[in-house]
Design a protein around this ligand. Structure first.
Ligand code: PA5
Length: 435
């Protein structure tokens, strides 16, 4: 069922078949609310049909803009925060070479990120490396008023205009924002920048498959047709409301059953270091969608086997409030064999002729058994490959799962009222007029 394999063997000792049967009516109700757009936050559910109903003409403009950036820029500075950058970064880091920044020759521009913190040091260092590089900017903000990207945009726009003059700078600025509202929209209109739209019915954390994610992703040389095709096939595969036929819904069901049993922290784990930012995207998707009304699973992550040597002790024997969701890549793009040497001084003779991926696979099996023994439920997502199609598929899997999961837990998965609270205090401290 579906392109990815969802392996729930590691939940069997924690969740009975009866419990799954009992939660099915609630899942079916959540499915109805979501699909009929009658549930809480239904104004922000347009991501649901996005893989089928996206704006084809804007999609082609995105590809053209990516070509233009490739032709005149060594670097694309992608300015945005939260849902306006994490998706792009997750996809790019999952799919491009881990050492792209050190390559002497690159086929595509380097995509670097700004406006996702207020660190002067980070920005200073980024500005330094642009000294001898041609660059363009993609500034992304749905509201058009978020402080972090607004400050970064002012700084990079200034640099572009000083370096290239106002007219040429204009051709290097790409704005992704609301179709009609916000300060950024006004700036873009008045300056005549090329504009892309964050659709009205798609919230930040669900926006990676819109221009928000697609322009930086395409600029990095990733096949956005394949990304959308993967999402579209997930869209088709996960239509059935029966958890026996829908792994995204089964995942939502299991998380909720486990949460009610006190497993209130979920770790998203991987065995490929390039999935680290995928977990950052997932944490926002899960945390911002479910963490409200003083409830929700706290989303965290671990990179394995690396973190078995740091967090491993806690996972095995610490407080028993954890569950794990593991992403494994069944056929990684590359592999390295462990060489035969003439002696066994390093005591690795038993691994001679085996490959790293083989050892990694065995490590993941050993970890599942150990963690199950340590009373941690483990769900495993086996993704056939790590390519654009597979990542698109996985994105949709998680978006759909969190929507159902949020409804099952009685929250509106599509708002984020708590994100505003710190801003009021910060604006007061900074003396912003009106605060
Ligand atoms: O998911 C969300 O809605 C948020 O994380 C936003 O994406 C984030 O706060 C940035 O907002 P904006 O795109 O309006 O600058």
């Amino acid at each position: 069922m579906g392109y990815l394999k969802f392996d729930v063997k590691g939940t069997k000792q924690f969740v009975s078949d009866n419990e799954l049967e009992e939660i099915q009516p609630t899942i079916s109700m959540a499915d109805l609310e979501l699909r009929k757009h009658t549930g809480a936050g239904s104004d922000f559910t347009d991501w649901l049909d996005l893989p089928k109903n996206y704006d084809r003409s804007e999609f082609n403009r995105i590809k053209k803009a990516a070509e233009k950036i490739k032709s005149d820029s060594d670097v694309l500075i992608t300015i945005g925060i939260g849902g306006s950058y994490l998706g792009a970064r997750a996809v790019i880091e999952s799919l491009q070479d881990s050492f792209i920044q050190l390559k002497d020759k690159r086929e595509f521009p380097l995509v670097l990120f700004a406006g996702n913190s207020l660190s002067g040091q980070y920005l200073h260092e980024l500005l330094q490396i642009l000294d001898n590089k041609d660059f363009s900017i993609n500034v992304i903000s749905k509201s058009g008023t978020t402080t972090e990207p607004a400050i970064a945009f002012r700084i990079f726009k200034n640099l572009l205009e000083t370096r290239y003059g106002k007219e040429e700078a204009k051709k290097r600025i790409y704005v992704t924002t609301d179709s009609s509202r916000g300060a950024l929209k006004q700036v873009a209109d008045s300056e005549g920048y090329e504009e892309f739209v964050v659709p009205d019915g798609v919230g930040g954390r669900f926006s990676v498959l819109t221009a928000v994610g697609l322009l930086p992703i395409a600029t990095a040389g990733i096949d956005i047709d394949a990304l959308m095709e993967g999402a579209f096939n997930a869209y088709k595969d996960y239509q059935d409301s029966n958890i026996e036929n829908n792994d995204a819904y089964l995942y939502a069901a299991l998380r909720n059953i486990l949460y009610r049993k006190g497993k209130n922290i979920e770790l998203l784990e991987n065995y490929e270091p390039n999935l680290m930012y995928f977990a950052e995207w997932w944490k926002q998707l899960m945390g911002e969608s479910e963490g409200k009304n003083q409830k929700g699973i706290y989303p965290s992550s671990a990179n394995l086997s690396t973190d078995l040597h740091s967090l491993g002790q806690y996972i095995q024997e610490g407080r028993r409030n954890l569950m794990e969701t593991v992403i494994r890549i069944v056929n990684p793009k590359y592999d390295v064999d462990i060489p035969k040497v003439g002696n066994d001084l390093d005591q690795l003779g038993y691994l001679e002729g085996k490959s790293l991926n083989y050892v990694n696979q065995k490590a993941s099996e050993a970890v599942r058994l150990a963690h199950n023994d340590g009373n941690v439920p483990v769900m495993i997502i086996d993704l056939p490959k790590e390519d654009a199609y597979s990542v698109g598929y996985l994105i949709y899997f998680f978006e759909l799962a969190v929507a159902i999961s949020g409804y099952v837990n009685g929250v509106n998965p599509f708002n984020q009222p708590g994100v505003e609270d710190y801003k009021v205090n910060m604006f007061k401290l900074l003396g912003k007029p009106g605060y």
